[in-house]
Design a protein around this ligand. Structure first.
Ligand SMILES: Nc1ncnc2c1ncn2[C@@H]1O[C@H](COP(=O)(O)OP(=O)(O)O)[C@@H](O)[C@H]1O
Ligand SMILES: [Mg+2]
Length: 481
C-alpha cells in the first residue's frame, strides 16, 4: 500500500513537474523544426533538379526542332536522316509527329509508334502552338518530358518533337539525400527526446530529494542532511538547506540545554524551601529557630527572584526589539555602577582604584554599559578576598575603547576560563550560591558585548586574581575646523 501511494505521488509530481513540461515543449519545437527542415530541403532540391532537367531537355528539343524547321514537310525518311545526323541525344524516347499528330519517327525499338496517332497530352498541347515541359519524381527516377511545335520556313505548323527522359541516376541521388535527411532527423529527434526525458527525470529526482528533506525537517528531523552533487541552482539550494538545518539543530540543542539547566537551577532553591518548611512543620522548635528558618526561606525566594530576573534579562537580549543606539561617554555610567557597589567593597575592606578617561565615546544601546560594568564589578567584589584590590579602568587605545575590571581575588582556574561566559556556569557552586549568584551574570555580559560590536576576554592576573577586558570601537566625530 505504502509503495503504491508513493509511486502515485511520484507520478503526480512528475506530471506536474515544470521540468517535464519544459522537456515536452522542447521536443515539440524540435519536431516542428525537423519536419519543416526536411520538407523544405527536399522540395528545394527537387525543384532545383527539375529546373536543371528542364534546361537540358528543352535544349535538346530545341536542337531537334531547329534541325527539322528547314524541311518543307515531315516524312519518315527525311526526319530519320536529320536525327541520325544529330548523333546521340541521350534521351529515352524521341518522337516526331506531323501536324495531325501522327508519328513520323519514333526512337523506340520495342512498341515503335511510327505511323500511329500519338495521343499524349504533351503532343496535343504542343500542336496547339505551345512549348511543354513536365517533370515528376516517382520515388526511384526522375521522369521528364518536353514537347515543342515545329514550324517550317513559311511559319506553318508542320509537326512536333516529343522527348522523354527517365533518369534513374538523379532519382537515386534524390532518394539518397532524402533518406539521409530522414535518418539524421530521426537520430537527432530521438537524442533530443531521450536527453530531455533524462534531464527532466534527474532534475525532478533532485527536487524530490529536497522536498522530502524539507518535509523531514518540518517533522523535526534536524539531523537530516541532503547529499546532493553539483554547484548549479539545485546544488546551492541543497547546500543552503543543509546550513539552515544545521542552524536549527544548534539552536534547538541550545534551547534544550538551556531549559534543562534552568530547571535544574530552579530546583535547588525550591528543594531548600521545601526542606526548611518541612522541618518547621515536623519539629518542635523555639520561635528563634523558626524565625531563622523562615529567614532562610526568604533568602531562597530572593534567589529565585534574582534567577527569574536574569533569565528575563537574557530573554530580552535575544528577542526584544532592539533599543536605539546612543552615542555616549561611558565614564560617568561606569562610575555610577562602581559607586553603587562601593559600600559592598568597603564592607570587606577592598581597596578601590579607578581611572576613567574622558573622550572615550562609543555607540551602545540603552544602559548596556552600566549593566556590563555592574556585573563585572559585582563579581570582582564577590570573588575577592578581604582587604583585596579592585581596579576599574577606562581608556582609549587607538581606534578602540577599553574597559578593564581587575581584582586580586580568588581567581578563576585556567581550565574554567573558557566556560565562565556559559549560562549557569560557576567555578565554585557553593561559594557562588552563598554569594547569591546564579551563574548568569557573565553570560549576560557576553551577550551585551556582542550586541554592541565589542569583544570580551578574561585572563588570570600575574599578581593573582582575575582581569576582564572589554573592547569597543571608538566613535570619533569628524572634527570640523
Ligand atoms: N572576578 C572573579 N574572580 C573569580 N571568579 C569569578 C570572577 N568573576 C566570575 N567568576 C566565576 O565565574 C562564575 C560565573 O560568574 P557569573 O556568571 O557572574 O555568575 P555568578 O556571579 O552569579 O556566580 C562565578 O560563579 C565564579 O565562579
Ligand atoms: Mg556574577
Amino acid at each position: 500500500m505504502a509503495t503504491i501511494s508513493k509511486l502515485k505521488r511520484r507520478l503526480l509530481l512528475l506530471r506536474s513537474s515544470s521540468q517535464i513540461r519544459y522537456a515536452l515543449t522542447y521536443v515539440l519545437i524540435t519536431a516542428v523544426v525537423l519536419v519543416f527542415l526536411n520538407v523544405y530541403t527536399a522540395s528545394t532540391t527537387r525543384d532545383m533538379m527539375f529546373r536543371s532537367k528542364e534546361v537540358s531537355l528543352q535544349g535538346k528539343v530545341q536542337l531537334v526542332v531547329s534541325s527539322l524547321a528547314g524541311l518543307e514537310r515531315l516524312s519518315g525518311d527525311n526526319v530519320a536522316q536529320v536525327i541520325a545526323l544529330l548523333g546521340d541525344l541521350d534521351a529515352n524516347r524521341v518522337t516526331v509527329t506531323d501536324a495531325t499528330g501522327k508519328a513520323v519517327y519514333d526512337s523506340l525499338t520495342k512498341d515503335n509508334a511510327t505511323g500511329r496517332m500519338i495521343l499524349f497530352s504533351e503532343v496535343v498541347t504542343a500542336l496547339q502552338g505551345n512549348v511543354v515541359f513536365y517533370c515528376v519524381y516517382d520515388g526511384a527516377a526522375l521522369e521528364s518530358r518536353a514537347c515543342m511545335p515545329i514550324y517550317n520556313g513559311s511559319d506553318q505548323l508542320i509537326g512536333s518533337v516529343y522527348l522523354m527522359e527517365y533518369d534513374t541516376d538523379l532519382g537515386a541521388v534524390i532518394a539518397a539525400l532524402e533518406m539521409n535527411l530522414v535518418r539524421i532527423s530521426l537520430v537527432l529527434g530521438t537524442a533530443i527526446v531521450l536527453f530531455s526525458i533524462l534531464f527532466a527525470l534527474i532534475f525532478s529526482r533532485r527536487m524530490r530529494l529536497i522536498l522530502d528533506s524539507i518535509q523531514l525537517l518540518r517533522e523535526g528531523e534536524y539531523t537530516h542532511r541532503i547529499a546532493l552533487w553539483g554547484h548549479d541552482e539545485v546544488g546551492v539550494l541543497a547546500e543552503e538547506f543543509n546550513k539552515l538545518t544545521e542552524r536549527l539543530r544548534t539552536s534547538e540543542a541550545t534551547r534544550q540545554q538551556f531549559v534543562s539547566d534552568a530547571s535544574h537551577e530552579l530546583k535547588t532553591p525550591l528543594a531548600s524551601i521545601k526542606l526548611l518548611s518541612d522541618s518547621i512543620l515536623q519539629n518542635e522548635m523555639d520561635m528563634d529557630t523558626v524565625r531563622e528558618f523562615v529567614g532562610d526561606i526568604g533568602n531562597e525566594a530572593d534567589r529565585l527572584t534574582r534567577i527569574a530576573q536574569k533569565l528575563l534579562e537574557l530573554n530580552r537580549l535575544e528577542d526584544a526589539p532592539k533599543e536605539d543606539f546612543v552615542v555616549m561617554e561611558p565614564g560617568p555610567v561606569v562610575e555610577k555602577a562602581v559607586r553603587l557597589l562601593t559600600p559592598l567593597a568597603q564592607l570587606r575592606q577592598i581597596r578601590l582604584e579607578t581611572k576613567l578617561d574622558p573622550d572615550c565615546t562609543v555607540v551602545t544601546r540603552g544602559d548596556d554599559i552600566y549593566q556590563m560594568a555592574f556585573n563585572l564589578v559585582e563579581n570582582a567584589i564577590k570573588y575577592n578576598v578581604d582587604g583585596g584590590y579592585l581596579g576599574v579602568f577606562l581608556q582609549r587605545k587607538g581606534e578602540d575603547v577599553v574597559l578593564i575590571v581587575e581584582d586580586s581575588g580568588i581567581g578563576i582556574p585556567e581550565e574554567s576560563l573558557p566556560y565562565v561566559f556559559d549560562r549557569f556556569y560557576r567555578v565554585d557552586k557553593a561559594r557562588s550560591r552563598q554569594a547569591g549568584g546564579s551563574g548568569l551574570g557573565l553570560s549576560i555580559v557576553h551577550d551585551l558585548v556582542e550586541r554592541n560590536y565589542g569583544t570580551v576576554t578574561v585572563e588570570q592576573r600575574e599578581e593573582g586574581g582575575t582581569r576582564f577586558t572589554l573592547t569597543f570601537p571608538f566613535f570619533g566625530m569628524e572634527e570640523e575646523t
